[in-house]
Design a protein around this ligand. Sequence first.
Ligand code: ATP
Length: 462
Amino acid sequence: SARERNLAKLLSTRLPQHMLHMLHRAGELGDRLQVSVYAVGGFVRDIMLSRPAVEFDDVDLVVEGDGIAFARALAQELGGRVREHRTFMTALIIYHDENGEEQRLDVATARLEYYKYPAALPTVELSSIKMDLFRRDFTINAMALRLNKGQFGCLVDFFGGQSDIQRKTIRIIHALSFVEDPTRIIRAVRFEQRYGFHISTQGEKLIKNALSLNLVEKLSGARILHELNLIFREDEPETCLRRLNELGVLAAIHPSLVLNADKNELLDSLREVIDWYRLLYFKETPELSTLYLMALCSAVPAIETADILHRLGLTPTMREEILSLRESVRMTLVELINWHRDTQKKGQAEQSVSRLCALLAPLPLESTLYLMARSDNEEISSSVSQYIYKWRQIKVDINGDDLHRLGLEPGPQFGSVMRMVLAAKLDGKAETREAQLKLAEELIRKGFPGNGTAGAAPKKPR
Ligand code: ATP
């Protein structure tokens, strides 16, 4: 390109030391093996966009030459291992940086190829890195940085990615791009919303065109779901989903996916709930796909929901799972409304926490979070949130040995006593170990009534 830009300075200020070090080593290895090596794709884009350094978790390298041989040699230098994909001439290097953190590095091979347009347009011959970049989705994703010594950090930008970053534009590389791969429509929206860019006017026209040719309808469910899952992991998935809706993409995937006022509201509150849960830093993370699919299918009848999930390539088992989660949320919401009404009554409030826990304990995390998003009763939502961050963590301070010592033989009664003791603890009636031992003793002596259904069930192992 006319004005060669060198990003070496930018790299050294923006990248963590270990990554910069790795890139230099890759370049030096390229010199030794006499191949050109580039960092490509999202990595280059994010360097130029000045995103925070923590986000540079995956680096893609392209080698003009034997990528697999290069990957093996680089893995050896980095003390890592390689996973090779011979058919695609790609390799994944997994290594540990100086801090002992696991790092992943994708290495691809760029070959000289003849590019055939889907239609009968002329065949063109391109240099290998140019070819590699030409096959990518958008100009901002189609830039490379040279890593070889002497040229370390030189920007390779054949398609105007740099100026599209400046103009905040998502632009495809050639007019048949969406025809070639309609999942790029969903990708365009994801990058547009993530960066606050705009899909180019021409791009929007070509999206409309692709939709009128029913190209999205022809995509496999698995490919669509893959792209939707990437959206669900964005910071603000609802903005992407709204844009997809506005462009008619959701309708093209399945007519019942279209957004309405209720779904829009639910998507907003779901995101609030997910953000809130993330700030608690619990180890367990919810399955975002499950949560968002439930929201996108909310108020859609079961048969149609099954049809949507089928369209997205979910197996019958996964479809069943989502449908039954949704059903359990629906039923639990009804029970929670009863519970809430009861807690207002005199004399009932004292068992309120243990009763709430008993209702929520059988639900997986996704259902509980979805329930929070769905509930429009503030007090119920707030109680469910206390369940998530506090009450569901609470355990009894006595164990099986204690019960044994109190004369109870191991058996199903063990669980019942434990549940009733836990319920008492949750309701503030047996907070200390001593109080719990005393209660257990009483229960055993009296040949406690029932099987403890009034108490909280133990947390189900997941
Ligand atoms: P993210 O920040 O979301 O990881 P990314 O750019 O790394 O963004 P990936 O989905 O990991 O996104 O894709 C890596 C690169 O592969 C992209 O930058 C793009 O150049 C290319 N790519 C991915 N999917 C396609 C596609 N469907 N068509 C063309 N190129 C694609």
